[in-house]
Design a protein around this ligand. Structure first.
Ligand SMILES: [Zn+2]
Ligand SMILES: [Zn+2]
Length: 281
């Protein structure tokens, strides 16, 4: 390979050009007295703009309930404000078994041009546990098998994420089923497992077990906050290279995501993070 075609050579050349451009573009900074002064903010050469050809790292919360536990204008306003104020690039709105509220908020966010990208999703109650549909055009019905629900999400071009798996509760898919689906038809195969969930993260060894299963079966790992109250937004995260919805979806499909986040504080553990209003079950 000629030296000029080396990726390393290109990257280092790119950095040199960028630095030269920055230096050339900036007029000399001088105080009125003529003495040199420091710029107000230091140059950030690692995050923005990207270096070495790698895009910056994006953070997405794939599991936010905009309606909280009860649909009200107050809750919506509070969650929307929390999303808007967060440092996330992307949030997926996943109310239980409905997409109408998410669709309204996504349309509003587009009209207002807020910096965070909101995506329509749904947390679907299947017969074998909760499933997150990410990037939906229409509601996916509740009450189907997990496999049929995954297929319904895929038919819409969405991503299917198994929410809080491997917990000994009825809303959680079992390891046995997830191994079986991993070996079957791609239409019924989930794309990712939620491996960071701020409540499940309190269970000793839970994150490690989910990550091991994902590795064994070839599932991507993602994180979500399952926020039902505004202060929980962003507490569970999916990390990826890039900052757009397309980059996030490509990273999940390519199994190149990783997770970050913190367990809920003690005061939030006993709140209704797992249940939905009776009408939405
Ligand atoms: Zn759930
Ligand atoms: Zn949830």
């Amino acid at each position: 390979m000629p030296r000029s075609a080396s990726p390393l050579g290109t990257a280092s050349h790119g950095i040199r050009i960028r630095l030269e451009q920055v230096v050339a573009a900036e007029p000399p900074l001088t105080a009125p007295s003529g003495a040199a002064v420091l710029p107000a903010a230091p140059l950030n050469l690692w995050d923005d703009p990207p270096v070495h050809g790698l895009p910056s790292i994006g953070h997405a919360d794939l599991h936010v309930h905009p309606s909280g536990n009860t649909v009200s204008a107050e809750t919506l306003t509070a969650v929307y404000a929390a999303l808007r104020a967060s440092d996330l690039q992307i949030a997926v709105l996943t109310d239980h078994n409905r997409v109408d509220v998410a669709q309204e908020l996504v349309a509003r966010s587009r009209d207002e041009g807020i910096p965070i990208k909101l995506v329509v999703g749904e947390e679907i109650t299947t017969r074998e546990g909760h499933l997150l549909g990410v990037g939906l055009a229409a509601r996916v019905p509740a009450g189907l098998s997990l496999a049929a629900t995954v297929a319904a999400v895929h038919e819409q071009g969405g991503i299917a994420v198994v929410a809080h798996p491997l917990l000994p509760i009825y809303v959680s898919a079992s390891a046995h089923l997830l191994v079986e689906l991993a070996e079957g038809d791609l239409r019924f195969r989930p794309d990712a497992l939620e491996a960071m969930h701020p409540l499940a993260a309190w269970v000793p060894g839970w994150r490690r077990r989910v990550e091991r299963l994902a590795q064994r079966c070839g599932y991507a790992v993602v994180g979500g906050s399952d926020a039902h109250v505004p202060r929980s937004v962003g507490r569970g995260r999916t990390c990826f290279h890039g900052d757009t919805e397309a980059a996030l979806l490509a990273a999940i499909r390519g199994r190149k995501t990783w997770t970050d986040g913190r367990p809920y504080p003690i005061r939030d553990i006993f709140r209704r993070h797992w249940t939905s209003p009776p009408a939405d079950r």
